[in-house]
Design a protein around this ligand. Structure first.
Ligand code: CA
Length: 232
């Protein structure tokens, strides 16, 4: 069994925490970062979590590798419907980053700019690709990753759950290793704390989730901060 640490914090600037997270037994982990006016962001990320929580355990095993993507598509349709029915929710959306362990494999599915990192031995790797405007520029070689982190348009997403009917979901799977440490997080962590510092905290902290949130707060806490750490 894995050891799991989780934490979420509103940060030092925002009034609401629009992030949501859930750990679904046995081994599914989800973070979501909502967006939209008034309380709509909170509604969208919570819908993603609730739909995932209800959908996944109801699917009979064995799950196929598309199961996480199916959960995201279900949430996408529901969020779009909700936004159409309620004027206050127009334009709401959420990131969706899901990780699931099954028979020695790690499966993930992802939309938006929340992230999954894997610390394996000396290697600390971002497993997900941000669906963001600045990430597109980084890939084109027009921005460095360091410039992207402080870019004024860094919050613009190219994909979000609840935005359009036919979202494209990144999904993949790979074999787990003993000692793997996974981090799921929202951009309230990664915009505030450098990857190198994140890796150091994952290695050294007794409670890495609390320590990562503290590091983001110490650096300004400009956004909601959400982290799940899984030590395999
Ligand atoms: Ca955020």
């Amino acid at each position: 069994m894995s050891k799991v640490y989780q934490a979420t914090h509103v940060g030092k600037v925002r009034k609401n925490n629009e992030d949501s997270l859930i750990v679904i037994e046995p081994e599914t982990f989800v973070v979501a970062d909502g967006m939209g006016g008034a309380a709509a962001g909170e509604i969208a990320s919570k819908m993603l979590i609730d739909i995932t929580k209800n959908f996944l355990p109801a699917v009979p095993e064995p799950w196929d590798e598309n199961i996480l993507s199916k959960a995201i598509l279900k949430a996408n349709a529901a969020i779009i419907r909700e936004a159409q029915q309620n004027e206050n929710y127009r334009g709401m959306g959420t990131t969706a980053t899901l990780l699931h362990f099954y028979k020695g494999q790690a499966y993930f599915a992802h939309v938006g700019d929340s992230r999954i990192y894997l610390l394996r031995g000396d290697f600390f790797t971002q497993m997900t690709e941000d669906h963001s405007y600045v990430e597109t520029l980084v890939r084109l070689g027009e921005l460095t990753p360091a410039e992207a982190r402080v870019h004024p348009l860094k919050n613009i997403l190219t994909q979000a759950v609840g935005a359009i009917d036919d979202i494209s979901i990144d999904a993949d799977n790979f074999p787990l290793n003993d000692g793997d440490i996974f981090l799921l997080c929202t951009d309230g962590l990664t915009n505030m704390v450098e990857d190198e510092t994140i890796a150091e905290i994952l290695i050294s902290s007794e409670n890495p989730a609390e320590s990562l949130v503290k590091a983001a707060l110490d650096n300004g806490g400009h956004d909601n901060i959400t982290v799940i750490v899984v030590k395999v």
